[in-house]
Structure formats: C-alpha cells, structure tokens
Design a protein around this ligand. Structure first.
Ligand SMILES: Nc1nc2c(ncn2[C@@H]2O[C@H](COP(=O)(O)OP(=O)(O)OP(=O)(O)O)[C@@H](O)[C@H]2O)c(=O)[nH]1
Ligand SMILES: [Mg+2]
Length: 520
C-alpha cells in the first residue's frame, strides 16, 4: 500500500519566515543522556520481523546472536582503535529519509514509489504504510573511500554487515529516524541516546522546509551535532519550487539562531574540504540529489566516506577514553531465544571484553545489579573486545536472573567498581525556546538527556516565571525513578509545543542537603 502523500504531487514550500529555535546557539551545551520503557522481545528475530506490530516504539536494532561464529582476524584488526561514524537521518515526513538510507547502503536506485525504503524497514507495518515509526540502522563500509557494496540487497543484516565489516577500513552507521510528529519522541531519543556524530537533514525539493524540518534542525543544533543538508526529489520538483526550497533553507541556515554558512555542493567540488570543515567551522554543505535518477548521489557518497568520527577527533564531550571506567548507554533490550538477554547501546567510556563484569542500572529504585558480558556483537559480528566510541550489543547474564521486563529506558552499564548514585533531582540552566503556557513550579515536562527520558516536575526556579527566550536555573524532580545524569550534560524538555534546552549544573543528593542544613 502506498503512502497517502503522493510523490508525483508537489506542494508549495513552507514560507514561514521564522528562523528555527531562535536562541539555541547561545547556550553552552554538552551532548549527553534521555528515558522510558525498553522494548521487550520474547521471540526470535525472525518472528519479530514478521509479527511485531511496533506501535511507534523505540526498538533500535534487532540483533540475532549467532553463537558459533568465529571471531575473525579481519574484525579484530578493524576494531583496533577504530571508531565508527554515526550519522542520524532527520527531516519531515515523506522527505525521502528511508529511501536515501536504502539508496546509500544497498547501492540501488529508488522507483519513486517506495522501493528502496522497503529494504531497510524494521517492521511489516512500516513496509505496508511506508512510514518509519522505529529507529532503523544500516551501515556503509568503505575501503580507501570506495564503498563496499552488499552482495545482495535482500541479504539479512547478519550476512551483509559481516561481509561489509570484513572488507572495509571504515564503517558509517546510518540511523534512520521518524519524520512524523507522532514519533517525535523516538526521533529525539535517536538524537540524544544514540550519540550521532552528524545529522543529515533531508528536505524534499518539492515540499520545502516544513515545521518538523525546523524542529529536527533545532534539536540537532541544541545538541551541537554538526549538520549537513540533502535536498531530495530534484527529479520531480518543479524548477521554481526547487529554487524556493533552496533559497529558504539557505535563509534558515544563515539565520541568527543557526549561524551556518550554507554551501550548495556542485558536481566538480572537492567534497573532502566540506567533510573537514563541518567539524571545525560553520560551513553547512547542501547536496541536491535524486534517489530515482541517482543525480548527486555519488558526491554525497564521497562526502560521507570522508566524514570523521567526532569521538576519534575528541570533539564529542560525551565520550571518554577507552582507559576510563566503563559507561555504556543502553538503547534497546531483547530476549533472544536460546541466547537470553541482549542489550544494545553505545560505549561512551572504557573497554569491555567477553567475561567483563559490569553493573546494570539504575532500576526503578535506583539500584544497580552485577551482570557478566557473555558475548559481544559489533555490527552483527562477534568480537571479543570493544572500545569506547562504538555501538554494539552485549549478551548479558546475572545471578539476579534479570529479565528484559526488569529493564527500562535510561539504564546504563557501568564499571563494576562504580559507586554512581542516581538522582531524582537536578538543577539545570535552561532557556525556553517556545512556550505555550508559562513555566513555573509544578510545571511538568518530559526530560530527554542521553538515553534518559522521563517526566519531571519543576520544584523551584530562580525567577517567578519563564517565557519564550527566558533563561533561568530550574530545579527538576523526576516523577518515577532516579536517573543516571552528569553535570554538564545537555537536557531537552518538551510538553506539547513548549520546549526548552538546558545544561545540568548540579545533581541533588538529599543526604548532602540535609548535612548542609545541619551544618548551618
Ligand atoms: N521521485 C522521487 N521520489 C523519491 C525520492 N526520494 C524519495 N522518494 C519517494 O518519496 C516517498 C517517501 O520517501 P520515504 O523515504 O518513505 O520518506 P521518509 O522521509 O522516510 O518518511 P517518514 O519515514 O514517514 O518520515 C517514497 O515513495 C519514495 O519512493 C526522489 O529523490 N525522487
Ligand atoms: Mg522513513
């Protein structure tokens, strides 16, 4: 069944003159943590793929652990000090995100009626209605900047990823996110919890910059994720509409809130320069492509092959070195038949080997429990060690008989010596980007911070009220469970169309507060 938004129809580009997220660039923000329930899977991968009717859930990846695979020398070599590059794909519904992911990773062209996206969807219902409602991941592998093509587009991820991994000296993980507003919390989770190095903003040449385009752009900017723009559907956009789209996005990127220097990439341009400059200065390349004719796709591929890991360049403060104590942000949990509990996520500090003992938590009471790592999969390929900077899956076992139903979003795996204490309350310096109602004590909003996503209430503020553009120090309290947070981490919060961004300044420990009171 084809999507209701017909490809052949063109619409006027959005011409609302407001730049996105007016004051974002003024905040000092470090990317970090977000929170809610992890998806439970009690079935095998095959049955998940065919049966699970994911209702806009946050399932990230469906790992199939093959216990018999040998740990290949190529993979060991590949993983030596290598950091994957993670690119999140964002933009309005129907702009061609999933299609482009299919075109880039499967090395095929689209038919303009949804063929390429079918190759990357997680669920049958997504295949039927064409709309992404879960986070899908695919990989592009490169050897000396030449892409390693998958043998067959229909190969299962386990087969194609292992092949790509073995033949590549560089891997880009592409994180396909949802465009529909209904799934915005999943998209925010993808941007905060999966710690992308870059965000690729997709705009349909015929549809222009829409409200969700700006919303996604604003979130990427708030998280200080370097961005680049891809304008799709240049094959069907009427020339005047295409021109308006280009002019408008250029204006948005140059606006005071965004402060980028947009550059439309031409065929003869050296994309190497752009790949470096988006890391170090304000340049924002704009690629104009067609997923159907392939125009412009080669330039985009070349550019992507040159993108560097921000972790590798020590440009992402979320990550620590592999000699630091282990911190693993969990973004998914699965119960795999015959294997047991498997968790997926990103290792932001330390090194984990098969057999390493780690602490899993915080649970709803704030406790951590010891688990042992039984096996590690990097891009569906078994390996015996993984270092900070990479996303992977761990098969875990515990004496406490932890089940996937005991897991919740916001959980992490920490070094077994860790004495981290999760918190209910924290103070953050916030700026209100848009408000529908006034923000005052007792106001509630969903806080996103890395893999944490939970409703919190305003306990107190340094001012009486906060309105659009206002800044203040706000003390929040989580409603359900204490969370794993850090001073310096970026928080995003939203409630309906009210939204704000902030930076954690202080974690509140009630015992310490009581001691302080006594000392007075
Ligand atoms: N003609 C033409 N059609 C395209 C192009 N890119 C994508 N399409 C079509 O546009 C439609 C929407 O593409 P999707 O990839 O599903 O869009 P999306 O951004 O992932 O949408 P959501 O997941 O719902 O947010 C599909 O029917 C594609 O075949 C293009 O460059 N040219
Ligand atoms: Mg999609």
């Amino acid at each position: 069944m084809e999507k209701t938004n017909n490809l052949k129809t063109t619409t006027e580009p959005h011409t609302d003159d407001k730049p996105p997220t007016e004051t974002l660039s003024n905040l000092t923000i470090n990317t970090n943590n977000t929170n809610s329930k992890l998806i439970n899977l009690n079935t095998t991968t095959a049955s998940i793929n065919s049966n699970n009717q994911n209702k806009g859930s946050n399932l990230i990846e469906i790992p199939t652990i093959s216990q018999s695979d040998p740990n290949s020398e190529e993979v060991k070599e590949m993983l030596k000090g290598v950091k994957e590059v993670r690119v999140a794909v964002i933009g309005n519904v129907d702009s061609g995100k999933s299609t482009l992911v299919g075109v880039l990773t499967k090395c095929v062209l689209d038919d303009g009626r949804g063929a390429a996206r079918q190759l990357i969807f997680n669920y049958d219902h997504e295949k039927e209605n064409g709309r992404t409602s879960s986070i899908a991941q695919e990989i592009m592998g490169f050897k000396s900047n030449d892409q390693i093509e998958p043998a067959k587009t229909t190969d299962k991820k386990n087969t194609s990823w292992t092949k790509i991994l073995k033949e590549s000296d560089k891997v880009i993980s592409i994180i396909d996110l949802c465009g529909h507003e209904k799934y915005l919390k999943t998209t925010i989770f993808g941007l905060t919890g999966l710690v992308p190095d870059y965000a690729m903003i997709i705009i349909g040449a015929n549809m222009g910059v829409q409200r969700m385009t700006k919303e996604h752009l604003g979130i990427a900017l708030a998280l200080k994720i370097p961005i680049y723009v891809v304008i799709t559907k240049i094959d069907i956009a009427p020339p005047d509409i295409y021109k308006q789209t280009l002019e408008y996005i250029t204006k948005v990127l140059k606006s005071t809130g965004t402060q980028k220097l947009p550059v439309v990439v031409r065929e003869q341009d050296d994309v190497c320069v752009y790949a470096e400059s988006i890391l170090f200065d304000r340049i924002c390349p704009i690629f104009c492509i067609s997923n159907v004719t392939g125009e412009g796709v080669k330039q985009l591929r070349n550019f992507m092959s040159m993108l560097m890991s921000r972790t590798g360049q020590q440009l992402n403060s979320t990550f620590k070195s592999s000699s630091d104590k282990v911190e693993f942000l969990m973004d998914g949990a699965f119960s795999v038949k015959g294997v047991g509990l498997v968790v997926s996520g990103t290792l932001i500090a330390g090194k984990v080997s098969v057999g390493t003992n780690l602490m899993l938590g915080p649970d709803a009471k704030g406790d951590f429990k010891q688990v042992a790592v039984k096996s590690i999969h990097y891009k569906r390929t078994p390996c015996d060690e993984i270092a900070s900077g990479n996303s992977c899956c761990f098969q875990i076992k515990s004496k406490d008989n932890i089940k996937q139903s005991d897991l919740r979003k916001g959980m992490v795996l920490l070094d077994k010596e860790s004495s981290y204490k999760p918190v209910y309350e924290f103070e953050a310096e916030v700026i209100i980007l848009h408000h529908a109602t006034t923000i005052k004590p007792k106001y509630q909003a969903v806080i996103h911070c890395g893999v944490v996503r939970q409703t919190a209430q305003v306990v107190s503020m340094t001012c009486d009220l906060l309105r659009t553009g206002d800044r203040g120090i706000v003390r929040f309290k989580f409603m359900k469970a204490p969370e794993y947070l850090h001073v310096g981490a970026t928080i995003l919060f939203r409630e309906g169309r009210t939204r704000g961004v902030g930076n954690i300044k202080n974690l509140i420990y009630p015992e310490k507060e009581k001691e302080k009171e006594k000392g007075k």
